[in-house]
Structure formats: structure tokens, C-alpha cells
Design a protein around this ligand. Structure first.
Ligand code: SF4
Length: 356
């Protein structure tokens, strides 16, 4: 048997759709499939599940999502990270209402044209909802194909992406596209895992290049080692009676449209554990605090690792000397009890939870 048909046939024979039941598997509602696919990007199933349930309940149709306020969507997304996904969901829901009268599009190119939907997500929706023969290529698929076929082209190169997509397109079962796509993703998630794949139980083992050539740990191959940039955020909790000041992050940067306390960013930590003078002086220079403000507390370091950045944060609470409103009109004065109504990045939410 030809190696490609061996692969597809054995993969489909191995697949038992009921082995890993999930609420978005086996359904044809393109809107729910889309929600699940976006929620599960860079996210573990256990972490994404409550968000999927919350979104399908609170926004049961595209129209509900399109007509919601972005702040409400970001608040519901709080804790899941990669907030551009939530902003794009909202924008795409509006596109569907405006261009497709609220009906989720069926054609691959119409799906692909929606905001935040790339090749992978478009193929997943088209194949799961409508059984259209578009092959998904995600991290699981790269791993399975590179190991089984012995492909060492870098998966993070343009050449690699084309090569793997072309191979995936040849392998897909044209009549059972949705089932095939689900099978290969489940196979990568449960059997051909990144570390310690279950080769002993693998139905593809006899013809697997990586297994037969001791290359499992070398494949898939990535060219670039990602170097993460470190950023240090000093957040100022300006206490004015029972109120604090917050602002919306509107710049093109991480956490766009989420809220935060007034902040000074420095490339590195700018104080020692027992001496905050230099930093406090800097904050005064930037008019973030007043020389007569009373320092109430200075937190330990909080950390959050993102895909390309490492964030360090400190929280400095001061009691305002003057009760005149701050001149910066971006600031919003919020009662301490109402801080829960705003969507904050995880690092701030962790600090607030510990503080309360
Ligand atoms: S034999 Fe091992 S490495 Fe090869 S496809 Fe199966 S699980 Fe993956």
C-alpha cells in the first residue's frame, strides 16, 4: 500500500469519535465551532471549557455577540489571555451581521475573510461544520506529519508551512474531511504527544520514520529560538478616600482595551528591595505621584510570561496628598469595590485577589 494511503487509512481506523467527547465535537453549528476554535488557541481544553460554556450561554447567536459591548466581552474573556482573540471575535461577529445577514458563512473563502480567522481556523470550521475538504495544519499536525514522514524542513519557515500544508491536502479523506481533521488532531494530542509519544500502541509505528530512525526527539524541527523581551511595569495605586484611578490601555501593545492602574514602564527593575527612593523620585518627575503623597505599600514582584515577553510588575500604593482630580483625562476614578467590574490583565487581577 502506498505510504500516504497507509497513513490516512490507519489514522481513520484508529479514530473513535466518542473516546474524547467534547461539547463542540460532532456538531454542525459553525458559530459554536468557531467559538471553540478561537477559545482553544494557545489554551488547554480544561482551561477553555468554562469560557466556551459561558460564551455559548451568554452569546447564543452571532447577533448576540455582535451587539454586545466590547468591554463586556473582554470582561468575560478575562483570565484567558491573548485578548486580541476576543477583540477579533467581536469584530468578526459584526462582519457576519453586516455582510452575511447574521448567518455564519459556508464558503471557505468567506470564512477565511473574517477577522482573526487564519488558514487553520477556516479549514477547521469548513470541514467540521460542512465537511468541506480543507486540511487543518496546527501544532499537532506538524508533529505527526514531520515524525511519520521524516520531514525536517523547519515548521516555522515559509517553505515548511507550504510543504506541510501541501502534504496535509493530499492526505485528507475527501469524503470524510471533518472526521479526518478531528482524527489527526486527536492523534497528535493523545498518542503522538510532544514528549513521550505512545509509540508502542501506535497503529502507524511500522512505517513511522521517526520511530524507525530514533528521530522522535528531533522532529518536528524549528529554526528560530524565541528570545523573550523582559519588561518591568510599575503600577501606581493612587488611593483617594475609597477610590482608585485606572486607565484603559489603548495603545497598540499587549492587553489592548483592558484596564490598568497608572503605570511607568522601565526596561529593568529600577529599585532595590530596601531602597525605593530613586524610583519614587522618577515617579514624581513623571507626575505620577506627588512629593507629599504618602507611601502605603510596595509589593513584591509579580510575574507573567507571554508568548514573546516576560512581564515583571510591582504595585505601589500611595495615599494622595491633594484631593484634586488628576490632570490626565484618561484616568477613571473608580471605587475600590467596583474594580471587579473592569477587565484587567491577569498580573493585575492576581495582585488584587491577594490584596483582598
Ligand atoms: S510511532 Fe510514535 S512518533 Fe511515530 S507516529 Fe506513532 S506515536 Fe508518533
Amino acid at each position: 500500500m502506498q505510504i500516504k494511503s497507509f497513513f490516512t487509512k490507519n489514522l481513520l481506523n484508529w479514530y473513535r469519535p466518542d473516546d474524547r467527547p467534547l461539547p463542540w465535537k460532532g456538531i454542525s453549528n459553525a458559530y459554536y465551532i468557531w467559538l471553540s476554535e478561537i477559545i482553544l488557541q494557545q489554551t488547554r481544553v480544561e482551561q477553555g471549557m468554562p469560557y466556551y460554556q459561558k460564551f455559548t450561554k451568554k452569546y447564543p447567536t452571532v447577533e448576540h455577540l455582535a451587539s454586545a459591548h466590547e468591554d463586556a466581552i473582554l470582561k468575560d474573556w478575562e483570565g484567558l489571555g491573548y485578548y486580541s482573540r476576543a477583540r477579533n471575535l467581536h469584530a468578526a461577529a459584526k462582519q457576519i451581521v453586516e455582510k452575511h445577514q447574521g448567518r455564519f458563512p459556508e464558503a471557505y473563502l468567506d470564512i477565511r475573510a473574517l477577522k482573526g480567522i487564519g488558514d487553520y481556523t477556516a479549514a477547521a470550521i469548513a470541514s467540521f461544520a460542512h465537511n468541506l475538504p480543507y486540511a487543518v495544519v496546527d501544532g499537532n499536525v506538524y508533529r505527526v506529519l514531520s515524525r511519520f514522514f521524516g520531514i525536517s524542513t523547519a515548521i516555522d519557515s515559509g517553505k515548511g508551512k507550504k510543504e506541510f500544508q501541501a502534504l496535509a491536502n493530499q492526505l485528507i479523506d475527501q469524503q470524510n474531511a471533518g472526521v479526518y481533521n478531528q482524527a489527526i488532531m486527536d492523534f497528535g494530542a493523545t498518542l503522538c504527544k510532544p514528549a513521550s509519544p505512545a509509540c508502542v500502541q501506535c497503529p502507524l509505528q511500522s512505517s513511522c520514520f521517526a520511530y524507525n530512525n530514533q528521530q522522535i526527539n528531533q522532529l518536528p524541527f524549528k529554526a528560530k529560538k524565541l528570545k523573550k523581551r523582559t519588561r518591568c511595569f510599575y503600577y501606581i495605586l493612587l488611593k483617594e478616600g475609597p477610590y482608585y484611578y485606572i486607565q484603559k490601555r489603548t495603545q497598540k501593545d499587549i492587553w489592548k482595551n483592558l484596564y490598568e492602574f497608572p503605570m511607568l514602564e522601565l526596561p529593568n527593575q529600577h529599585h532595590s528591595t530596601d531602597n525605593h527612593d530613586e524610583l519614587l523620585y522618577l515617579l514624581q518627575e513623571k507626575a505620577l505621584i506627588h512629593p507629599k503623597d504618602r507611601l502605603l505599600s510596595f509589593s513584591t514582584m509579580y510575574r507573567q510570561t507571554l508568548s514573546h515577553q516576560k512581564i515583571q510588575a510591582f504595585f505601589i500604593e500611595v495615599e494622595r496628598y491633594s484631593l484634586q482630580a488628576l490632570s490626565n483625562d484618561h484616568y477613571i476614578k473608580v471605587a475600590a469595590a467596583a474594580l471587579n467590574d473592569y477587565a484587567f490583565p491577569k498580573i493585575i487581577r492576581s495582585f488584587l485577589s491577594q490584596k483582598s
